[in-house]
Write a protein that binds this ligand. Sequence first.
Ligand SMILES: C[S@@+](CC[C@H](N)C(=O)[O-])C[C@H]1O[C@@H](n2cnc3c(N)ncnc32)[C@H](O)[C@@H]1O
Length: 336
Amino acid sequence: MSLAEQFEWFADWCVGTSPLYEEISREIADDPDLLAIAEEIPPKRGTPNILFAAIHWHLLGGANHELAEYYPTLTDDPKSDNPFPAFREFCLVFETELLPLLRNRRTQTNAVRRCTALFPAFSHVSKEVGGDPLALVELGPSGGLNLCWHQYAYDYGDAGQFGTSDFVLDSEIRSEKTPPISDDFPAVASRIGIDLNPLSIQDEKDVRWLRALIWPEHGDRHRLLQRAADVAQQHPPELRQGDAIEELPDVLAEIPDDVPVCVFDTQMRYQLPDSAQDRLRAHIESAAQERTIHWLSGHESTDEWDNAFTLDWFDGEEYEPLVAYEQHGKWIRWLL
Ligand SMILES: C[S@@+](CC[C@H](N)C(=O)[O-])C[C@H]1O[C@@H](n2cnc3c(N)ncnc32)[C@H](O)[C@@H]1O
């Protein structure tokens, strides 16, 4: 896809969920000066997302420009006229400040409501291992907010509310089958994440990058991110820098042999090349010959559901679809 086509594609993706980005993205596709700036972003990082996030990051940091008047994250009464002239001017005036972000940052959106799919998935694995505490290993955790899932509470509407935290993640259950959820949270022995670029929830610039990645109209997601970061700051998980495929064997070797392992990934594998996908599968399948490993393996759903992802459950022998969820966790379907 050419750069211009990527911005057209992104504009289509924003329809109905970010009118601001939709309108701007269509205009960028026809603007050689802005496409030249976007060309600074290394390929395969989600160019439109990075460009928008870099600008949002500077605005959230207080960059003084009228573009801020169009962002619901920056004003209670955003302007509704064409935002593109202000956006274009911002890019040209702040080009030097934007370049380090464009060249170095990645799409690392940490969507904490995905924990509403992970909670029943961990509960399922926990039952499978007889309730023994799990060693959790997340591949591609970004800021690690989903490794803090047991510090949050869950509200599934009619299906009930679980947990004692005053930070509650809500989701709708859209399946006949009932997920295995209760107040009896699975026990956790340890938790570690491996990311090419772990983000620190103790670092203002990293947290601002996580905020900047969330589209400006998604006020609810901004609120959840801030609350989750506050909770996670109390007990941040260990995050290791590196390629998850290369680091996984060492991380597994550090976990005592008698502790059951649950590896999981959400919205990470789409960023891997095919060869890395094969190597990851081979690593986990071979490790499962030696010890108890369950893998909640995330991928885009191929069925009729819009914007859905699925966690497949690998129990050491077979793969089965376990839970599907809307990309940001607004609903889940239990599949087993
Ligand atoms: C879109 S974010 C998803 C974050 C989190 N899993 C979630 O669902 O909220 C994808 C993450 O995967 C990481 N990632 C991509 N390729 C990786 C690799 N080969 N090894 C480790 N992390 C990787 C990125 O750095 C990024 O933080």
